[in-house]
Design a protein around this ligand. Structure first.
Ligand code: PEP
Ligand code: MN
Length: 338
């Protein structure tokens, strides 16, 4: 249930109501805006009658019953876009975020070369897997902690904050001690123990949509993280599995406006894992930005033919730079036309 207060409702009234609902065993999530304040109630609100709630304060403007199973992730709870700040790099609310880097950290030379070349080409954050969730146990599994150390070296050299995937709850503390954004991959979107554990950290979380997950399931996964106290969730559409096999996955462009309608969280797009082929990355990235995505995460490799994973979908650094420039132009056109 969401209680929208009248403009100018005093703080003392908001506190009084908060105590009242907390006394009823509910948790209260306030959003204090310039012109309005909202109290989001989480818990068993079934027995609460709207008329009964309305009678508790003359400062209540209206009461909305949230029909979705997700609450904290719902736009009803937080009408304005959430803006997440990663060391000065903002995402959401009109701020675009560009993340680039290899699928996996392979060596010092490789990560340094890629990081240095893309940092001048519009990349704000550096991605690189250290723990890789591979389909085959015989494929390269990542450099693990050594990979995280190399990412930190690349951050020290370029200033770019780092994003890396976390694949199990017992590694969360270790990975969180090295990275700026914890990535929960598609294969782990419903690893509830992992979601709860990353929800207990203060790091921003990049939550990728499971390859067969509905938008509602993605938002429920975000709700798991947020209900543990971590509100810094960036959602990522990376393609879903359909009957089509020409591409690696099918990029669900409609997920972008759908999520924007349902949720206040930023949503970025990974065209690399959607396409599976580098030549399709730029067209998909352009479509994503035109559809309202808050940013892109793109795989980049200086020697794609030699990459230990996902070389076929990796862009050369110069192509990544072009993609970022074009994406920024598309976003500007969208803002310029009224
Ligand atoms: C990745 O980003 O390297 C990755 C494995 O992506 P996904 O979880 O979307 O497959
Ligand atoms: Mn990859």
């Amino acid at each position: 249930m969401v209680i929208v207060m009248k403009p100018g409702a005093p703080q003392s009234e908001i506190e009084k109501l908060t105590r009242k609902f907390e006394g009823m065993g509910l948790s209260v999530h306030p959003t204090i805006g310039q012109n309005y304040s909202i109290l989001g109630l989480v818990g068993d609100t079934q027995a609460l009658q709207e008329t009964q709630v309305a009678a508790t304060s003359s400062y209540i403007d209206r009461i909305i019953r949230v029909q979705h199973p997700f609450k904290l992730a719902s736009r009803h709870f937080h009408p304005d876009d959430t803006i997440i700040d990663i060391e000065g790099n903002k995402v959401g609310g009109g701020n675009l975020l560009f993340i680039g880097g290899p699928c996996a950290v392979e060596s010092r030379e490789q990560i340094m070369e890629i990081a240095q070349s893309i940092s001048g080409l519009g990349a704000q954050l550096l991605r690189g897997g250290a723990y890789k969730p591979r389909t085959s146990p015989y494929s390269f599994q990542g450099l693990e902690e050594e990979g995280l150390k190399l990412l930190q070296e690349a951050k020290a050299a370029t200033g770019m904050p780092i994003v890396s995937e976390i694949i199990s709850p017992d590694l969360v503390d270790l990975v969180a001690s090295y990275v700026d954004v914890l990535q929960v991959g598609a294969r782990n979107m419903q690893n509830f123990a992992l979601l709860k554990k990353v929800g207990q950290t203060k790091k921003a979380v990049l939550l990728k949509r499971g390859m067969s997950a509905t938008i509602e399931e993605l938002l429920m996964a975000a709700e798991y993280i947020m209900s543990e106290g971590n509100k810094n969730v960036i959602l990522c559409e990376r393609g879903i599995r359909t009957f089509e096999t020409y591409t690696r996955n099918t990029l669900d462009i409609s997920a972008i406006p759908a999520i924007k309608e349902l949720s206040h969280l930023p949503v970025i797009v990974d065209p690399s894992h959607a396409a599976g082929r580098w030549a399709m990355v730029e067209p998909l990235a352009k479509a994503a930005i035109a559809a309202g995505a808050d940013g892109l995460i793109v795989e980049v490799h200086h020697k794609p033919d030699e990459a230990l994973s996902d070389g076929a979908q990796s862009l050369l650094p110069a192509k990544f730079g072009r993609l970022v420039s074009v994406a920024k132009h598309i976003a500007q056109i969208d803002h310029a036309v009224v």
